[in-house]
Design a protein around this ligand. Structure first.
Ligand code: 5AD
Length: 453
């Protein structure tokens, strides 16, 4: 049977889609190759959210085509996901070595199309059509197919919906992922239960805007939105210890969801709340649907329910028309919100989005300068907030050995990484550690006294 290598660009949704494709192919007998050098099928699952992500994937495919094709002409090359969706046939016109272009509603067709390409029945396949029901097709997990007895992951992602109707003026996602469509609660719960039965302790529910989950399909019950009903249903699953979700939209973050942090003990006290800007003028131009005051009010509410909640955000600098004054408001928002961490992005004009045609496009140098200034602020705040944890006892879920070195890594409920001297016997365990010191966005802990064994 052929082997497949999948490289993923972009967000956690993309990682999850790649995993589902890998699981689908593994179930058909494919082996998962450790590198592109030994694979019969090479797939790049792409991201369109900024131009740099697109250029990276295109550059990578050019290199693969030049390298691999010369020696192994039969290797099948494919683009999947967001850029495949937004660029379609254009990708094959630009890179004629590519055989497959598979859009975001077609991941579940990967095996059938690869069969046809590998058997030589078709030369090229481009499928970027929409497909009703496709939101419910991202459900296979690699760990469930394992027969080697190796320990599976303790944490898993579950896709609960697809698409976005918000139409922020900077964002390409409505074009790459389509309209909002939600899976049914029992379907999601069944997937989560199966994961828990296979040793998964922590589940992160994924969607482009999870706070819109079930908005049209699931009526509110006793003041609980569809999303909070879903959280409550997943919370019932035995063996599951922790629940997370990403990303919510500040606009749809209702009081029922704030209250859930106090009512559902498995719901981890952590929230990734994309702010994008601290200036009301910019928020309006971005079509975000909230003000700075509303946003800070929401953070206040969350901290009242869970004072130790970890709050992270996304911020865009250099949006068209952003003045020094607007940018100062973003700096002061970061200080007022006291983010634990933030992803800071330089605005990147995207095809067909309203912001790309707005006047006042910022020069690259200005974006770079603001990016550096904001990062400096974010790092200083983060450093203080991590330092404040030193001396505290925190619960971690142990994930495995750290990629960079001898220590093991766990995650606190507030979503901070903790490194400690661990070993295989710690894997998958929930345990308390005493925080000994803090680095930049990392805590160092000692479990010895608290977990005698
Ligand atoms: N330019 C820069 N950053 C963007 N994001 C989305 N679109 C753009 C764009 N055109 C950022 C937002 C979003 C994150 C996933 O990517 O901050 O929350």
């Amino acid at each position: 049977m052929p082997s497949v290598y999948i490289k993923t660009y972009g967000c956690q949704m993309n990682e999850r889609d790649s995993e589902a494709v890998a699981a689908q192919l593994a179930a058909k007998g494919y082996t998962i190759a450790a590198s592109e050098a030994v694979a019969d099928v090479i797939l790049l699952n792409t991201c369109s959210v900024r131009d740099m992500a697109e250029q990276k994937a295109i550059g990578k495919m050019q290199n693969i085509a030049a390298d691999v094709r010369r020696n192994r002409p039969d290797v099948v090359l494919g683009f999947l996901g967001c850029m495949a969706q937004s660029r379609g046939r254009q990708l094959i016109d630009q890179l004629p070595d590519v055989d497959l272009v598979l859009g975001t509603q077609k991941f579940h067709r990967a095996a059938e199309y690869l069969d046809e390409l590998l058997a030589g029945r078709r030369e090229k396949i481009i499928d970027t059509e929409s497909e009703s029901g496709s939101e419910a097709t991202i459900k296979e997990h690699l760990l469930l197919g394992r027969r080697d007895g190796a320990a599976g992951p303790v944490s898993a992602f579950v896709s609960i919906m697809q698409g976005c109707n918000q139409h922020c003026t900077f964002c390409i996602v409505p074009f790459t992922r389509g309209e909002e469509r939600s899976r049914a609660i029992p379907d999601i719960v069944a997937e989560c239960r199966q994961l828990a039965e296979n040793g998964v302790k922590e589940i992160t529910l994924l969607g482009q805007i999870v706070t819109s989950y079930g908005r049209r399909e699931i009526p509110a019950r006793e003041g609980r939105s569809g999303f909070v009903q879903l959280l409550a249903a997943v919370h019932e699953i035995e063996g599951l210890e922790r629940i997370r979700f990403t990303s919510p939209h500040p606009k749809g973050y209702g009081d029922d969801l704030v209250a859930a942090y106090g009512e559902l003990p498995k719901l981890c006290e952590s929230a990734h709340l994309p702010a994008q800007s601290g200036s009301d003028r910019m928020l309006k131009a971005m079509h975000r649907g909230y003000t700075r005051e509303k946003y800070l009010g929401l953070i206040g509410k969350l901290r009242r329910v869970q004072p130790g909640i970890g709050i992270t955000t996304d911020i865009i600098v250099g949006f068209p028309g952003e003045t020094e004054e607007d940018f100062d408001l973003t700096l002061s928002l970061a200080r007022e919100a006291q983010f634990d961490n933030a992803y800071v992005f330089k605005y990147s004009p995207r095809q067909d989005t309203p912001a790309a045609a707005m006047p006042g496009q910022a020069p690259r140098g200005l974006k770079e300068e603001r990016h550096a200034r904001l990062l400096e602020e974010i790092n200083a705040i983060g450093k203080r907030r991590y330092q404040e944890r030193v001396g505290q006892t925190m619960q971690i879920l142990v994930e495995g050995p750290s990629k960079r070195g001898p220590r093991w890594t766990g995650r606190t409920r507030c979503n901070k990484i903790v490194l400690f001297d661990g070993s295989e016997r710690h894997r998958g365990r929930l345990m308390d550690v005493r925080i000994e010191r803090a680095g930049l966005f990392t805590l160092y802990g000692d479990p010895a006294i608290l977990n005698p064994d």
